[in-house]
Design a protein. Structure first.
Length: 355
């Protein structure tokens, strides 16, 4: 993969799912592979913070262990939903097939149909054949199970040995899951060391192994599969809603931020908490009118002084310690709390009033 590609590997701890972000650094066009419903705020925030245009979310198959976030990201960012045409997923903006290319700026991903885990599995190879995103087809020292969703151990064996193992040995394997903390492998490693399909294993060896695994079905299967056949679209009354108490923005690190202009225009409806230290306020006496002053080092011991009847907006000089104040209040039970972006430095720069 060329140096003009921005790449991030993201992880959902609950389902042990990897989500992958790829973007062209020149055009800023991006793709997401195998998103997770509960992580859509994280993914959306990262896209916005990196100033990217999300073209599409690609699902490598119809997942049985988690619900995809593709529909939510389409709703919030206008991205398309892509998956294999044989996946059974309704409402795709583009149905993918063997040999298709999915471009994002100059780079592209090449689609390989790799059925076996399900009938509609695909893997995605970067245009320089240096990375492959294998979904649940080939895992690190393992592979996807083949006992439901039109799975077939015979088909999976051929998908891996004929499609994936034909890639260069130094091609990096990025799987859809890992349950042991491993992040990547290579085609060469898996050809030699994968205990199910590597080494001298033939089709009979592999099929015999897979047919005798006798695994319980995934816990989320009855929920995940029907939801994923609709690309993760929830019932209308279950669509996540943005907070209605302020136009906050969720950052990639999970912080709720608010812009100073909105706070200044709504001062009567919010409680401003200034967490600068005593030394700082002696050096710089300017403060926002009616702001409550509690130094950050005293905040945990003085929580009972902070009202809960209004949204609390934390602020400091630069916006760093106000993030810590946000975390302290959130963990103490405040739901309506946000950090003022950029702190007093941005407040001053925007010409907002101080005493």
């Amino acid at each position: 993969m060329s140096s003009s590609i921005l790449f991030r590997q993201l992880f959902d701890q609950t389902s042990c799912t990897y989500t992958y972000l790829l973007a062209d650094t020149q055009s800023r066009q991006a793709l997401l592979i195998d998103t997770v419903y509960e992580r859509h705020e994280r993914d959306q925030s990262l896209i916005r913070e990196l100033d990217l245009e999300l073209l599409a979310c690609i699902d490598t198959h119809c997942h049985a262990d988690h619900v995809t976030g593709s529909w939510l990201l389409k709703e919030s960012l206008g991205s398309q939903i892509l998956a294999c045409g044989k996946s059974g997923i309704d409402g795709l903006d583009r149905a993918l097939a063997q040999g298709d290319r999915v471009s994002f700026g100059n780079p592209y991903l090449l689609v390989l149909e790799t059925p076996g885990h399900t009938a509609g599995c695909i893997s995605l190879v970067t245009d320089d054949r240096h990375r492959v995103f294998t979904g649940d087809c080939l895992l690190i020292r393992g592979c996807g199970r083949t006992d439901f969703q039109q799975g077939s151990a015979n088909r999976l064996y051929h998908s891996i040995t004929e499609q994936l193992f034909s890639l260069p040995d130094d091609c990096i394997v990025y799987p859809g899951h890992d349950y042991a903390g491993r992040t990547a492998s290579t085609i060469g490693e898996e050809k030699r060391l994968n205990p199910r399909v590597g080494g001298e294993a033939n089709e009979a060896d592999f099929v015999g192994y897979m047919e005798n695994m006798l695994l319980p079905h995934p816990k989320q299967m009855e929920i995940a599969v029907p939801a994923n056949l609709k690309s993760g679209e929830p019932p209308e009354n279950q669509v996540p809603r943005a907070p209605d108490w302020a136009p906050v923005v969720t950052t990639y690190s999970g912080i709720l931020e608010i812009y100073p202009q909105w706070v200044a225009a709504n001062r009567d409806n919010v409680h401003i908490l200034d967490v600068r230290t005593t030394y700082e306020t002696e050096e710089e006496k300017a403060r926002i009118k009616n702001a409550q002053m509690i130094p950050i080092n005293e905040l945990r011991d003085r929580l009972d002084e902070i009202p809960m009847d209004k949204p609390v907006m934390t602020i400091c000089r630069s916006g760093k310690r106000s993030v810590l104040a946000f975390d302290i209040l959130r963990h103490a039970g405040w739901e309506q709390v946000a950090s003022i972006k950029g702190g007093l430095l941005r407040w001053y720069a925007e010409g907002l009033p101080v005493d």
